[in-house]
Design a protein around this ligand. Structure first.
Ligand code: NOJ
Length: 555
């Protein structure tokens, strides 16, 4: 297999609204990102992925796009974008843009025209259906609450929105829609960007006949009903043939509910579709036992389940496709709180341990802003502290309307799993507003910013920042880290996550203690071993201290 540049890459995700404000309006922007490129260069990442920066009413923080070829003015102008791209390249990095084409904003011109009548140029750009006995065309529940259908009197019809009503789903069956998407993609690729992260791309092909979900009131995605639809391969192949194959770029498709077998299809060497997918199995391990509550829960993940989810992908895609690797993103709570321990006594050690566990696997690692500082959840206690429409809508629907859970319990669930845990502004230093802005930030800072910030991390040689720098360097330097196959150790061990990687006669052994206890595990082999990375100062052999993580090389 010829190796591709993105197999050597580590990607850093920027949530533009929360990264760096340059004009003191309290909102992060594109010139702010330029200012921080030396920091990212120092960390050693190769590629930056920006969450959506396009024209948008921001009902879902930019995942509702009103114009795909315009920059939202609070982020800057197109000239600012062109400069950002130039500067990223000048700093030796690449840029991925977010492609959100399962749906648009209801403010997009296509939708504004589509909803007027059944015979206009954009009439079939969206999924319109007649009422059935005066009701919605099926029982689908939207991801952000309520029915997935909204009625428009002008057309006397309902339109489908798998997310919020302000996010109508595009009708990919219509060839004109696909041509419009190819046109948008070429616009950005011709500017010289290096690829796309594709939002919920496995939802673009809907099941024939749009059948009812088996359990009304539950979101159909969880049943896989609307995911990986019958024409998805056709659409992705067409996208590849008409657009992607003409550029040397990388793609990662966000695919909630996809399984490894599906991913081999999409990322396989001969599939000519995408390069990698974001799978969700390891971040969907603790759903509420009451399905009507979906992801809202506060139970910790069980380590054997986490190991099973990640190992399954490692083994299934080896030599057949390519994995993405992530703990965090803008939709997930902070990993150190979720999978390890954010108590100040353990936080730094635990964050390094998680980084090692993931970065030594096969695939392309993604680091979400602040992860390299070991940022933890915000631990909010009141609903009015939240900004995210998913969290706020869920509270109102489940507590106030359906009365499925009481308020204090739901607040515990939000504190555990809300997306807002990830979205607080980046803490750059310990000054007022954390160096993010001179104005009050659009969203409150994590109150820990005086201790946990980039300036402090860069000044401390034992920080999580430098541990991530080493992890990135190790990947760049080692074909074993990049391409070695994966061999799980003791899958049922509920305390330690250990595995081996093998490549051309060399072996890497990774062992991580996921507990606050001192444990003993003997995985060493007869051959001489070299300790290549650890989060403690000295090596105590078979002993694993709290949250200790070690990487040995046998050759
Ligand atoms: C996935 C995105 O990551 C998330 O933030 C967004 O709300 C949904 N897709 C809908 O676009």
């Amino acid at each position: 297999m010829t190796h591709k540049w993105w197999q050597n890459a580590v990607i850093y995700q920027i949530y533009p609204q929360s990264f760096q404000d340059s004009n003191n309006d309290g909102i992060g922007d594109l010139p702010g990102i330029v200012k921080r490129l030396p920091y990212l260069q120092k960390l050693g990442v190769d590629v930056l992925w920006l969450n959506p920066i396009y024209q948008s009413p921001l009902k879902d923080n930019g995942y509702d796009i009103a114009d795909y070829k315009k920059i939202l003015p609070v982020y800057g102008s197109m000239a600012d974008f062109d400069n950002l791209l130039k500067q990223i390249h000048a700093h030796g990095m690449k840029l991925l843009m977010d492609l959100v084409v399962n749906h648009t904003s209801d403010q997009h011109r296509w939708f504004q025209e589509s909803k007027q009548s059944k015979d206009n140029q954009y009439a079939d750009y969206y999924i319109w259906r007649d009422p059935v006995n005066g009701h919605e065309p099926n029982n689908w529940h939207a991801a952000f609450g309520g029915s997935a259908w909204t009625f428009v009197p002008e057309r006397g019809q309902y339109y489908l929105h798998l997310f919020a009503p302000g996010q109508p789903d595009l009708n990919w069956e219509n060839p004109a829609v696909r041509e419009s998407v190819w046109n948008i993609m070429r616009f950005w690729l011709d500017k010289g960007i290096d690829g796309f992260r594709m939002d919920v791309i496995n939802l673009i092909s809907k099941p024939a006949g749009l059948p009812d979900a088996p359990e009304p009131g539950t979101y159909p995605l969880t049943e896989g009903l609307v995911a990986d639809g019958p024409k998805l391969d056709d659409y992705l192949r067409e996208m590849n043939e008409k657009v992607l194959s003409h550029y040397d770029v990388m793609t990662v498709g966000e695919m909630p509910s996809s399984k490894p077998e599906d991913a081999i299809n999409y990322t396989g060497l001969n599939s000519h579709e995408l390069n990698m997918v974001f799978q969700f199995q390891h971040v969907a391990l603790e759903p509420n036992p009451d399905k009507r509550l979906g992801k809202w829960n506060d139970q910790p993940v069980k380590l054997p389940e986490l190991k099973k989810a990640l190992s399954r992908w490692q083994k299934a895609l080896d030599g057949k496709g390519w994995n993405s690797l992530y703990w965090n993103n803008h939709d997930q709570p902070r990993a150190v709180s979720r999978f390890a321990n954010d108590d100040p006594k353990y936080r730094v050690r635990a964050a390094k341990m998680l980084g090692t566990t993931l970065h030594m696997m096969q695939g392309t690692p993604f680091v979400f802003e602040g992860e390299e500082l070991g940022m933890a959840n915000v631990h909010y206690t009141h609903l009015d502290q939240y900004e995210d429409l998913e969290s706020i809508n869920a509270y109102h629907e489940l507590v106030d309307e359906k009365k499925l859970v009481d308020g204090p319990t739901m607040l515990k669930y939000l504190a555990n799993i809300s997306r807002d845990n990830a979205r607080t502004p980046m803490p750059w230093d310990d000054s007022q507003n954390a160096g993010f802005s001179d104005a009050t930030p659009w969203f409150a800072l994590n109150p820990t910013y005086q201790q946990i910030n980039a300036k402090a991390a860069v000044a401390d040689k034992d920080s999580v920042f430098y541990h991530y720098q080493k992890l990135i360097q190790l990947r760049h330097d080692s074909d074993l880290v990049k391409f070695g196959n994966y061999d799980e150790i003791d899958p049922d061990d509920a305390e330690v996550f250990a595995y081996r990687r093998h490549y051309q006669g060399d072996t890497l052994l990774v062992m991580s203690n996921f507990t606050d206890k001192t444990l003993t595990r003997n995985y060493r082999q007869a051959r001489a071993a070299k300790l290549v990375l650890s989060n403690y100062d000295n090596d105590q052999g078979v002993t694993l201290r709290p949250y200790e993580s070690k990487v040995y090389l046998f050759n």
